[in-house]
Design a protein around this ligand. Structure first.
Ligand code: GLN
Length: 183
């Protein structure tokens, strides 16, 4: 099993470390030739979605990645990665997101919450995070809420979280991605 981690910008190393702890091989995607390696899943990390979008397009990665997800490649997008999956970006997940939804003062915070399909007491670290404004299709399911806002969703083989599971000591979301590969 090999999982590709988009490594253009942002918090990608932390994802690699979690996957390594789970015993999963990873490789970084920095350019098209990296992407062409065999892979069983993809992680889109947090960072700055505008920068990531620009680089995806400049490097010719946007369309191949979009197509691979449409064709069924399991994917976990966290924070900016969730934005990339949403409508108006890669658009593979039928969600509409609000960027920097918590404003400046509440820009970063930590809480614990339930994630359906994973369990209770999931640590959630939010850093200038988006939340999901609207779920636009019946095949997309909200799986976590904080203060009445959707902060994680699942659509088939796609998982999106507004928070950063890679920054806490809980590997259940990454395990969920690994389990999707085995399906
Ligand atoms: N604010 C960033 C954006 O809009 C996301 C922040 C993050 O990924 N931690 O892209």
């Amino acid at each position: 099993m090999r999982i590709a981690v988009l490594a253009l910008q942002g918090a990608f190393i932390e994802h690699e470390q979690v996957l390594q702890r789970l015993g999963v091989e990873t490789f970084e995607v920095r350019q098209l030739s990296d992407w062409q390696q065999p892979k069983d899943a993809l992680i889109l990390p947090g960072g700055e979605s505008t920068v990531q979008m620009r680089l995806l397009k400049e490097l010719g990665l946007f369309e191949p990645i979009r197509q691979a997800i449409v064709d069924g490649l399991p994917v976990l997008g966290t924070c900016a990665g969730m934005i990339l999956l949403s409508e108006g970006y890669l658009g593979t997940m039928h969600i509409r997101v609000r960027r920097n939804a918590y404003g400046r003062q509440l820009g970063s915070f930590h809480t614990m919450g339930r994630v359906d399909g994973i369990g209770n007491d999931v640590p959630m670290t939010f850093i200038r995070a988006p939340y999901i404004d609207a779920v636009l299709a019946a095949d997309c399911t909200p799986i976590a809420q904080v203060d009445g806002h959707i902060v994680a969703a699942c659509q088939g083989h796609q998982i999106a979280t507004a928070f950063h599971p890679e920054l806490d000591d809980d590997m259940r979301l990454h395990q969920l991605l690994v389990d999707m590969i085995k399906l």
